[in-house]
Ligand binder design. Structure first.
Ligand code: CP3
Length: 337
């Protein structure tokens, strides 16, 4: 049994560490490959290279889990939208077209994503048996934001007028996308992944009065699917502050990744019947070494005596020094609780 499975299913207290965005731009070996592959989506769909990138951080830091190298936007891509990554301004998707979106069949969708499943197969064979291979999806609300381009104001809010105007379209998208996300999860697990993480990176932008409809219910439907299929799952509803409590009680995932805005002591008291993951601000890896280690200590101590998966409160930043990551891993491994 892999380490994460042991924690998530059996609630065993094991030491376990991995990082969101552990494969990526802060690693020179990734930048080297990326230079030669200007089309990011194509790179995600290159099974051999994607597997190689997935294993970069495992080779360097001997982490307990690998997360498959892909992107949450591969799903809108497989449903007909082209995806470009513009330096500094982030991802840009071509205009959403409801008809072509509704036209894509499950078979076509799985076929486009087949290289991801192939990459999982290759990676599983190369990965130590005790290590987990994590698959992932973007939660429906976070995908919707990119698909309909409804973020504004420097990523701090959504365009409410547009959201209301697109309501009928949104209802149709949600219905289909939940089904297809479940297909993508199942395919990744069948290919050899053993965990799924559900990234709701923009959950904090859901209007308060609609958080049930856009965040809780879609996450719940996907978690219920995972439970039915016995797939260990971790949710990451980033930015919802004290609503982590409500989210956890409604969605009831096996694991929950906390962000750095929620206090770990509050989390320990208020999030029950769930395995906690993450929390440390990725900016701490850019600060002095002592500040980074102090930050890490706070989380390790807050979750002493209960199952806890060490990770961050968001992904590793591109400007992170890989040696800092190494230091943090060593510190965690040697920490005497
Ligand atoms: O190492 C891993 O975590 C596995 C691979 C992974 C990527 N993206 C690779 C990637 C994972 C799990 C993701 C998830 C993802 N993608 C999320 C959820 C997590 C989060 O950070 O909130 C989101 C919102 C996206 C969408 C996305 N993809 C954005 C906003 C960007 C551009 C800026 C950025 O954050 O990197 C991407 C591109 C992307 N995805 C890169 C990588 C390595 C950088 C591509 C490049 O080289 O330019």
């Amino acid at each position: 049994m892999t380490i994460l499975k042991e924690i998530l299913e059996k609630k065993n207290i094991c030491k376990s560490i991995w990082f969101m965005r552990q494969a990526g731009r802060y690693l020179p070996e990734f930048r080297e490959i990326r230079k030669k592959n200007p089309d990011f989506i194509k790179l995600c769909l290159n099974s051999e290279l994607s597997s190689e990138i997935t294993l970069h951080p495992i080779k360097r830091f001997n982490l307990d889990s690998a997360i498959i190298f892909s992107d949450i936007l591969i799903v809108p891509y497989s449903l007909g939208q082209s995806v470009k990554f513009i330096k500094k301004s982030g991802p840009e998707l071509s205009n959403f077209n409801l008809e072509s979106f509704l036209d894509v069949t499950e078979n076509q969708f799985s076929k486009t994503l087949n290289p991801v499943y192939k990459s999982i197969e290759i990676t599983r064979k190369k990965l130590d048996k005790k290590k987990s291979l994590i698959s992932f999806i973007g939660a429906p609300w976070t995908l919707l934001i990119y698909m309909l381009n409804i973020k504004k104001g420097g990523n701090k809010e959504v365009d409410i007028t547009k959201l209301k105007k697109e309501k009928t379209t949104i209802d149709k998208i949600l219905k289909k996308i939940i089904t297809f996300l479940c297909v993508h999860i199942k395919n990744q697990i069948d290919a050899g992944a053993d965990i799924v993480q559900i990234f709701d990176s923009w959950a904090g932008l859901a209007p308060v009065e609609d958080i049930n409809e856009y965040c809780y219910i879609p996450n719940l439907k996907i978690v219920d699917f995972c439970k039915k299929e016995k797939i260990p799952n971790i949710c990451f509803p980033r930015g919802i502050k004290e609503k982590y409590y409500e989210f956890n009680n409604i969605v009831r995932p096996d694991g929950i990744n906390i962000d750095y805005e929620v206090d770990p002591d509050w989390v320990r008291k208020n999030l029950r019947n769930v395995v906690i993951q993450g929390g440390l601000d990725p900016k701490k890896l850019l600060a002095s070494e002592s500040e980074m280690l102090e930050g890490a200590t706070k989380y390790i101590q807050a979750f002493k005596g209960i199952p806890y998966i060490f990770n961050l409160g968001h992904g590793l930043l591109p400007e992170t020094d890989p040696d800092r990551v190494k230091k943090l891993v060593e510190f965690y491994r040697n920490f005497d609780e």
